[in-house]
Design a protein around this ligand. Structure first.
Ligand code: GUN
Length: 305
């Protein structure tokens, strides 16, 4: 049996269309246009791709984008000054600082300087604390997208064995809270986990966020399991040309899961690209919409679960 492929691109497009409808309604009823500031430091190629895709999605949703790009050698003080201004700007409802940041900048300090109600990444310690305590607050976009995708194929996560590989602040840790809130039994595996394949084989729902190309093999997967692959890894191969042209030659994008093997065993599986990636951006728009409503004393729209 071949796994059902979870079409993240189509599911994200549907969510973005609903968000665009809400944005149009907010503008008509309240003259409110949600705005997001995206701050990028340097020109890391992966970050530039994300930032370009985000800008396009923001415009398509009818929101405002305020882009701020700094050279690699920008000082922490300059960045903190900009964030102070964005915190006080009523047109800016969401602030996202693209990570990673260069070593002269303390990323935690920068994240903590963002007004928590504008923290559309959900990385501020106040939001992570709220989330861990089951209080309302902004939730990180990638984990939110993963759970939404899982719920398109699983009627309920209650009582399921969920295994997350990866313990990052961006994906693994917030996923634990989201999965617990759905009453799943959660295991977090990481680089020091012993016998990772057998831990994975327990999973009814396996979510991989490791950044290792095709590390998870078909025989690590329980037959019929749902597999959500967060990895976006560049490997040499026929596909896209590196930019600038002639850089590192041709490459393709693969996930953390060996797709061709997993497809034969899993019940449902996200592709890479076209799985979790598009959902992250759609969830960023959703967080920005929710933030704009909260900041203006309006009820959040009932979309996105
Ligand atoms: N870098 C990789 N993923 C993310 C993300 O979700 N948010 C931010 N700000 N930076 C990232």
């Amino acid at each position: 049996m071949s796994a059902r492929i979870i079409d993240g691109k189509a599911i994200a497009a549907e969510l973005r269309a609903k968000i665009a409808g809400e944005v149009a309604r907010l503008q008509a009823a309240h003259q409110l246009v949600p705005g997001i500031a995206v701050v990028q430091v340097g020109d890391n190629p992966a970050s530039s791709v994300y930032v370009r895709n985000k800008a396009k999605a923001v415009a398509e949703a009818g929101m405002r984008a305020f882009d701020h790009t700094f050279p690699e050698n920008v000082s922490e003080a300059e960045l903190l000054t900009l964030i102070g201004k964005l915190n006080g700007d009523a047109q800016v409802n969401g602030i996202l600082v693209q990570l990673p940041l260069p070593p002269q900048i303390d990323a935690q300090k920068v994240i903590a300087s963002i007004e928590p109600d504008k923290d559309v990444d959900g990385f501020h310690p106040l939001n992570t604390g709220r989330h861990a305590s089951g209080l309302p607050g902004l939730v990180p976009c990638t984990p939110l997208g993963c759970v939404m995708l899982a719920k398109t194929v699983l009627p309920s996560l209650s009582g399921l064995e969920a295994v997350v590989i990866g313990r990052s602040n961006i994906v693994g840790k917030p996923l634990v809270q989201l999965l617990l809130a759905e009453d799943a039994t959660v295991t977090v595996a990481h680089s020091k986990t012993r016998d990772l394949p057998s831990v994975c084989r327990r999973a009814d729902l396996l979510i991989t966020a490791i950044g290792r190309p095709e590390m998870v093999r078909g025989d690590w997967i329980k037959p019929g399991a749902t597999v959500i692959d967060v990895g976006i890894n560049r490997v040499p191969g026929e596909g896209r040309e590196s930019r600038p042209a002639g850089g590192a030659g041709k490459y393709k994008i693969v996930g953390d899961v060996a797709f061709a093997e997993a497809e034969k065993i899993a019940g449902a599986l996200t592709p890479v690209p076209g799985g979790v990636g598009p959902m992250t951006i759609a969830c960023l728009l959703l967080n920005t919409l929710r933030a704009a409503c909260a900041q203006n004393g309006l009820e959040a729209p009932q979309i996105g679960g």
